[in-house]
Design a protein around this ligand. Structure first.
Ligand code: ADP
Ligand code: MG
Length: 250
Protein backbone atom coordinates (compact mmCIF):
# COMPACT_ATOMS: atom_id res chain seq x y z
CA UNK A 1 0.00 0.00 0.00
CA UNK A 2 1.29 3.43 -0.88
CA UNK A 3 0.70 6.32 1.45
CA UNK A 4 -0.51 9.63 0.14
CA UNK A 5 2.33 11.86 -1.01
CA UNK A 6 1.56 14.63 1.46
CA UNK A 7 1.84 12.27 4.43
CA UNK A 8 -1.75 12.91 5.53
CA UNK A 9 -3.06 9.47 4.55
CA UNK A 10 -5.46 11.21 2.20
CA UNK A 11 -5.12 9.80 -1.28
CA UNK A 12 -7.95 11.68 -2.95
CA UNK A 13 -9.33 14.93 -1.62
CA UNK A 14 -12.22 16.60 -3.42
CA UNK A 15 -13.36 19.95 -2.06
CA UNK A 16 -16.33 22.03 -3.12
CA UNK A 17 -16.40 20.38 -6.52
CA UNK A 18 -18.97 21.73 -8.96
CA UNK A 19 -19.33 21.06 -12.64
CA UNK A 20 -21.71 22.60 -15.14
CA UNK A 21 -22.26 21.87 -18.79
CA UNK A 22 -23.62 25.18 -20.03
CA UNK A 23 -26.59 25.99 -17.82
CA UNK A 24 -26.84 22.47 -16.47
CA UNK A 25 -25.16 22.00 -13.10
CA UNK A 26 -24.40 18.27 -12.82
CA UNK A 27 -22.20 18.39 -9.67
CA UNK A 28 -22.89 20.78 -6.80
CA UNK A 29 -20.34 21.35 -4.08
CA UNK A 30 -19.10 17.78 -3.62
CA UNK A 31 -16.68 17.03 -0.76
CA UNK A 32 -15.12 13.57 -0.76
CA UNK A 33 -12.00 12.21 0.87
CA UNK A 34 -10.56 8.80 0.09
CA UNK A 35 -7.88 7.58 2.48
CA UNK A 36 -4.91 5.55 1.27
CA UNK A 37 -5.96 1.91 1.07
CA UNK A 38 -9.64 2.71 1.28
CA UNK A 39 -12.32 1.34 -1.07
CA UNK A 40 -15.14 3.80 -1.68
CA UNK A 41 -18.16 2.82 -3.78
CA UNK A 42 -20.36 5.46 -5.41
CA UNK A 43 -23.99 4.55 -6.02
CA UNK A 44 -26.92 6.54 -7.34
CA UNK A 45 -29.41 6.79 -10.17
CA UNK A 46 -28.47 7.25 -13.80
CA UNK A 47 -27.68 10.89 -14.53
CA UNK A 48 -26.83 11.74 -10.91
CA UNK A 49 -23.26 12.75 -11.84
CA UNK A 50 -21.26 9.67 -10.83
CA UNK A 51 -19.25 9.44 -14.04
CA UNK A 52 -18.67 13.18 -14.09
CA UNK A 53 -17.34 13.01 -10.54
CA UNK A 54 -14.87 10.28 -11.49
CA UNK A 55 -13.88 12.13 -14.67
CA UNK A 56 -13.23 15.28 -12.65
CA UNK A 57 -10.77 13.37 -10.44
CA UNK A 58 -8.36 12.92 -13.35
CA UNK A 59 -9.44 16.07 -15.19
CA UNK A 60 -11.07 14.28 -18.10
CA UNK A 61 -13.65 16.91 -17.20
CA UNK A 62 -12.43 20.23 -15.89
CA UNK A 63 -14.38 21.24 -12.76
CA UNK A 64 -16.25 24.54 -12.80
CA UNK A 65 -15.32 25.16 -9.16
CA UNK A 66 -13.53 23.44 -6.31
CA UNK A 67 -10.31 21.50 -6.00
CA UNK A 68 -9.03 17.97 -6.47
CA UNK A 69 -5.89 16.67 -4.81
CA UNK A 70 -4.47 13.22 -5.50
CA UNK A 71 -1.61 12.03 -3.35
CA UNK A 72 -0.98 15.61 -2.29
CA UNK A 73 -0.85 17.02 -5.82
CA UNK A 74 -3.51 19.56 -6.77
CA UNK A 75 -4.79 18.56 -10.19
CA UNK A 76 -6.95 21.68 -10.37
CA UNK A 77 -3.90 23.94 -9.96
CA UNK A 78 -3.21 25.93 -13.11
CA UNK A 79 0.50 25.10 -13.06
CA UNK A 80 0.10 21.35 -12.50
CA UNK A 81 1.90 18.94 -14.83
CA UNK A 82 -1.35 17.18 -15.71
CA UNK A 83 0.29 14.30 -17.60
CA UNK A 84 2.53 13.52 -14.63
CA UNK A 85 -0.41 13.84 -12.22
CA UNK A 86 -2.59 11.51 -14.29
CA UNK A 87 0.08 8.82 -14.10
CA UNK A 88 -0.91 8.35 -10.45
CA UNK A 89 -4.44 7.47 -11.46
CA UNK A 90 -5.62 4.29 -13.17
CA UNK A 91 -9.05 4.31 -14.77
CA UNK A 92 -11.25 1.46 -15.88
CA UNK A 93 -14.38 2.23 -17.93
CA UNK A 94 -17.59 0.40 -18.67
CA UNK A 95 -16.38 -0.02 -22.25
CA UNK A 96 -12.95 -1.57 -21.97
CA UNK A 97 -11.31 0.61 -24.65
CA UNK A 98 -8.70 -1.97 -25.63
CA UNK A 99 -6.97 -1.75 -28.99
CA UNK A 100 -8.59 -4.55 -31.01
CA UNK A 101 -5.74 -4.79 -33.48
CA UNK A 102 -3.09 -5.23 -30.78
CA UNK A 103 -2.41 -8.40 -28.80
CA UNK A 104 -3.30 -8.49 -25.13
CA UNK A 105 0.40 -8.16 -24.26
CA UNK A 106 0.81 -5.15 -26.55
CA UNK A 107 -2.27 -3.59 -24.97
CA UNK A 108 -0.75 -3.84 -21.50
CA UNK A 109 2.75 -2.75 -22.54
CA UNK A 110 2.16 0.12 -24.97
CA UNK A 111 1.65 2.86 -22.37
CA UNK A 112 4.35 1.45 -20.10
CA UNK A 113 6.82 1.76 -22.96
CA UNK A 114 5.65 5.09 -24.39
CA UNK A 115 4.81 6.93 -21.20
CA UNK A 116 7.04 5.31 -18.56
CA UNK A 117 9.83 4.54 -21.05
CA UNK A 118 10.16 0.98 -19.83
CA UNK A 119 12.06 -1.47 -22.01
CA UNK A 120 10.08 -4.14 -23.86
CA UNK A 121 11.36 -6.83 -21.51
CA UNK A 122 10.55 -4.88 -18.36
CA UNK A 123 7.09 -3.89 -19.62
CA UNK A 124 6.32 -7.49 -20.56
CA UNK A 125 7.45 -8.79 -17.18
CA UNK A 126 5.21 -6.31 -15.37
CA UNK A 127 2.34 -6.87 -17.82
CA UNK A 128 2.55 -10.63 -17.38
CA UNK A 129 2.50 -10.24 -13.59
CA UNK A 130 -0.67 -8.16 -13.75
CA UNK A 131 -2.38 -10.38 -16.32
CA UNK A 132 -1.72 -13.31 -13.98
CA UNK A 133 -3.06 -11.36 -11.02
CA UNK A 134 -6.43 -10.86 -12.74
CA UNK A 135 -6.53 -14.41 -14.10
CA UNK A 136 -5.92 -13.92 -17.82
CA UNK A 137 -2.22 -14.84 -18.08
CA UNK A 138 -2.90 -17.46 -20.76
CA UNK A 139 -4.43 -14.81 -23.07
CA UNK A 140 -1.34 -12.68 -23.61
CA UNK A 141 -1.02 -13.61 -27.29
CA UNK A 142 -4.75 -13.34 -28.03
CA UNK A 143 -6.48 -10.31 -29.52
CA UNK A 144 -9.29 -8.54 -27.63
CA UNK A 145 -12.05 -9.59 -30.10
CA UNK A 146 -11.18 -13.22 -29.28
CA UNK A 147 -11.88 -12.70 -25.58
CA UNK A 148 -15.09 -12.60 -23.58
CA UNK A 149 -16.16 -9.24 -22.16
CA UNK A 150 -15.09 -10.35 -18.70
CA UNK A 151 -11.62 -11.28 -19.97
CA UNK A 152 -11.34 -7.98 -21.85
CA UNK A 153 -12.26 -6.02 -18.76
CA UNK A 154 -9.66 -7.90 -16.72
CA UNK A 155 -7.05 -7.07 -19.39
CA UNK A 156 -8.10 -3.42 -19.04
CA UNK A 157 -7.55 -3.67 -15.28
CA UNK A 158 -4.13 -5.30 -15.81
CA UNK A 159 -3.23 -2.53 -18.25
CA UNK A 160 -4.10 0.14 -15.69
CA UNK A 161 -2.26 -1.69 -12.89
CA UNK A 162 0.87 -2.00 -15.04
CA UNK A 163 1.27 1.78 -14.80
CA UNK A 164 1.66 1.46 -11.00
CA UNK A 165 -1.14 3.87 -10.12
CA UNK A 166 -1.61 5.15 -6.59
CA UNK A 167 -5.37 5.06 -6.96
CA UNK A 168 -7.75 3.20 -9.25
CA UNK A 169 -11.03 4.65 -10.54
CA UNK A 170 -13.66 2.25 -11.84
CA UNK A 171 -16.75 3.51 -13.70
CA UNK A 172 -19.36 0.74 -13.76
CA UNK A 173 -16.75 -1.83 -14.80
CA UNK A 174 -19.26 -4.70 -14.99
CA UNK A 175 -22.28 -2.93 -16.50
CA UNK A 176 -21.51 -3.98 -20.09
CA UNK A 177 -20.96 -7.63 -19.17
CA UNK A 178 -23.21 -10.66 -19.48
CA UNK A 179 -24.30 -11.62 -15.96
CA UNK A 180 -22.24 -14.80 -15.86
CA UNK A 181 -19.05 -12.82 -16.52
CA UNK A 182 -19.52 -10.22 -13.80
CA UNK A 183 -18.19 -12.40 -10.97
CA UNK A 184 -14.69 -12.83 -12.40
CA UNK A 185 -14.22 -9.09 -12.76
CA UNK A 186 -15.57 -8.34 -9.30
CA UNK A 187 -13.31 -11.10 -7.97
CA UNK A 188 -10.25 -9.41 -9.47
CA UNK A 189 -11.34 -6.08 -7.98
CA UNK A 190 -11.93 -7.65 -4.61
CA UNK A 191 -8.42 -9.10 -4.63
CA UNK A 192 -7.01 -5.72 -5.54
CA UNK A 193 -8.89 -4.18 -2.62
CA UNK A 194 -7.53 -6.83 -0.26
CA UNK A 195 -4.00 -5.99 -1.41
CA UNK A 196 -4.56 -2.45 -0.20
CA UNK A 197 -5.19 -0.57 -3.45
CA UNK A 198 -7.01 2.73 -3.01
CA UNK A 199 -10.18 2.45 -5.10
CA UNK A 200 -13.07 4.73 -6.05
CA UNK A 201 -15.71 2.56 -7.70
CA UNK A 202 -18.97 3.59 -9.35
CA UNK A 203 -21.10 0.47 -9.35
CA UNK A 204 -24.61 -0.94 -9.29
CA UNK A 205 -23.33 -4.16 -7.70
CA UNK A 206 -24.75 -3.75 -4.23
CA UNK A 207 -23.37 -7.07 -3.02
CA UNK A 208 -19.86 -5.94 -3.97
CA UNK A 209 -20.37 -2.57 -2.31
CA UNK A 210 -21.71 -4.23 0.81
CA UNK A 211 -18.84 -6.70 1.09
CA UNK A 212 -15.83 -4.78 -0.22
CA UNK A 213 -16.44 -1.07 0.33
CA UNK A 214 -15.15 0.67 3.41
CA UNK A 215 -17.53 3.49 2.59
CA UNK A 216 -20.47 4.02 0.28
CA UNK A 217 -21.48 7.38 -1.21
CA UNK A 218 -25.02 7.91 -2.45
CA UNK A 219 -25.38 10.60 -5.12
CA UNK A 220 -28.56 12.10 -6.51
CA UNK A 221 -29.01 15.09 -8.83
CA UNK A 222 -25.36 16.10 -8.59
CA UNK A 223 -25.28 16.09 -4.81
CA UNK A 224 -23.67 13.81 -2.30
CA UNK A 225 -26.78 12.88 -0.32
CA UNK A 226 -25.21 10.60 2.24
CA UNK A 227 -22.12 8.55 2.94
CA UNK A 228 -21.04 6.02 5.48
CA UNK A 229 -20.16 2.36 5.91
CA UNK A 230 -22.23 -0.02 3.75
CA UNK A 231 -23.93 -1.34 6.88
CA UNK A 232 -25.43 2.12 7.25
CA UNK A 233 -25.94 3.52 3.74
CA UNK A 234 -27.15 0.29 2.12
CA UNK A 235 -28.68 -1.52 5.07
CA UNK A 236 -30.12 1.42 7.00
CA UNK A 237 -30.13 4.60 4.88
CA UNK A 238 -30.98 7.89 6.54
CA UNK A 239 -32.37 9.70 3.54
CA UNK A 240 -35.61 9.08 1.72
CA UNK A 241 -33.89 9.47 -1.65
CA UNK A 242 -31.42 6.72 -0.78
CA UNK A 243 -34.26 4.46 0.32
CA UNK A 244 -36.18 5.07 -2.88
CA UNK A 245 -33.10 4.28 -4.99
CA UNK A 246 -32.24 1.13 -3.05
CA UNK A 247 -35.81 -0.11 -3.25
CA UNK A 248 -35.46 0.00 -7.04
CA UNK A 249 -32.08 -1.74 -7.32
CA UNK A 250 -32.08 -4.28 -4.49
P1 ADP B 1 -24.14 9.13 -14.11
O1 ADP B 1 -22.78 8.60 -14.39
O2 ADP B 1 -24.50 9.18 -12.68
O3 ADP B 1 -25.19 8.40 -14.91
P2 ADP B 1 -23.21 11.44 -15.55
O4 ADP B 1 -22.10 12.00 -14.75
O5 ADP B 1 -22.86 10.64 -16.75
O6 ADP B 1 -24.19 10.64 -14.61
O7 ADP B 1 -24.14 12.62 -16.06
C1 ADP B 1 -24.68 13.59 -15.19
C2 ADP B 1 -25.43 14.61 -15.99
O8 ADP B 1 -24.52 15.34 -16.77
C3 ADP B 1 -26.45 14.02 -16.95
O9 ADP B 1 -27.58 14.86 -16.98
C4 ADP B 1 -25.73 14.06 -18.27
O10 ADP B 1 -26.63 14.15 -19.33
C5 ADP B 1 -24.88 15.31 -18.13
N1 ADP B 1 -23.64 15.27 -18.91
C6 ADP B 1 -22.62 14.40 -18.75
N2 ADP B 1 -21.61 14.68 -19.60
C7 ADP B 1 -22.02 15.73 -20.33
C8 ADP B 1 -21.43 16.51 -21.39
N3 ADP B 1 -20.20 16.23 -21.86
N4 ADP B 1 -22.14 17.53 -21.90
C9 ADP B 1 -23.37 17.83 -21.42
N5 ADP B 1 -23.98 17.16 -20.44
C10 ADP B 1 -23.32 16.12 -19.89
MG1 MG C 1 -22.12 6.96 -15.47
Amino acid sequence: MSAAGDGSGRMVEIRGLSKSFGDLEVLSGIDVTVEAGEVVCVIGPSGSGKSTLLRCVNMLEVPTAGSVHVSGVELTHRDVDIDAARRMIGMVFQQFNLFGHLSVMDNVTIAQRRVLRRTKGEAERIGRENLAKVGVAEKESSYPPQLSGGQQQRVAIARALSMNPEVMLFDEPTSALDPELVGDVLGAMRQLAEEGMTMLVVTHEMQFAREVADRVLFMDEGMLVEQGPPSQVIADPRHERTRTFLARVL
